[in-house]
Design a binder for this molecule. Structure first.
Ligand code: ATP
Length: 205
């Protein structure tokens, strides 16, 4: 049955390795709809993605690989050498991602979801997104746990993980923007799932 109200729009954020994807999955298991902005962005620059013809027109076909997807390494070098190119690339990709997010939100609302989870990088840094969400859930853990989890998953060294963390919003900034915090540290997956179920109850899940 469709809920009488528009779905609650829940922003989900957290530093690298905090457990965002795990929490997103658990919320989906409880019936939430998911919008994964990273996946949408990647899809726009993969083969036949909506950004591909625009990138070819603006930057040249040289930036499109033989498989029809963005030649990421070539573009990475280009934007590294020319900061304006980064802004031009973002001016192509961001509106497309925004359109796709709007379309997916509409589809989830139409499907009768009580809650839509917005997994959006830079959510804390972006006033744009904060204004469009009803609540922000931050998945938090200590820096030591972030390093441990990401190193175990990716094989990166502690120094490499710290470098990534240094360019993300700080833990303090993130917590300041939170309506709710899940402290995912020193707890089992089963305990995390239990806490997510409790949080989900507040969002009609
Ligand atoms: P990223 O920002 O890199 O995408 P993330 O915040 O989405 O990371 P996850 O991928 O959900 O984080 O979790 C990182 C790793 O830590 C995964 O391997 C996950 O299984 C593990 N993990 C998360 N929470 C727990 C927990 N409570 N107990 C044990 N392992 C956990």
């Amino acid at each position: 049955m469709k809920p009488l109200h528009a779905p609650l729009r829940l922003g989900l954020t957290g530093g690298i390795g905090s457990g965002k994807s795990t929490v997103a999955r658990l919320l989906c298991d409880l019936g939430a709809g998911l919008i994964d902005a990273d996946a949408i962005s990647r899809a726009s620059t993969s083969a036949h993605g909506a950004a591909i013809p625009l990138i070819a027109a603006q930057f040249g076909a040289h930036y499109i690989g033989e498989d029809g997807a963005l030649h990421r390494e070539r573009m990475r070098q280009h934007v590294f050498a020319d900061p304006q190119a980064k802004a031009r690339l973002e001016a192509i990709i961001h509106p497309l991602v925004g359109q796709q997010i709007a379309a997916q939100s509409g589809a989830w609302a139409e499907a009768g979801k009580a809650c839509i989870v917005f997994d959006i990088p830079l959510l804390v840094e972006s006033g744009h997104w904060r204004r469009r969400l009803d609540r922000v859930l931050v998945v938090d853990c200590t820096a030591a746990t972030q390093i441990e989890r990401v190193s175990a998953r990716s094989g990166l060294t502690a120094a490499e993980v710290q470098k990534i963390m240094a360019v993300q919003a700080s833990r303090t900034q993130r917590l300041a923007g939170a309506d709710l915090v899940l402290f995912n540290d020193g707890i089992s997956m089963a305990e995390l799932a239990k806490q997510v179920r409790e949080v989900g109850l507040q969002f009609g899940l």
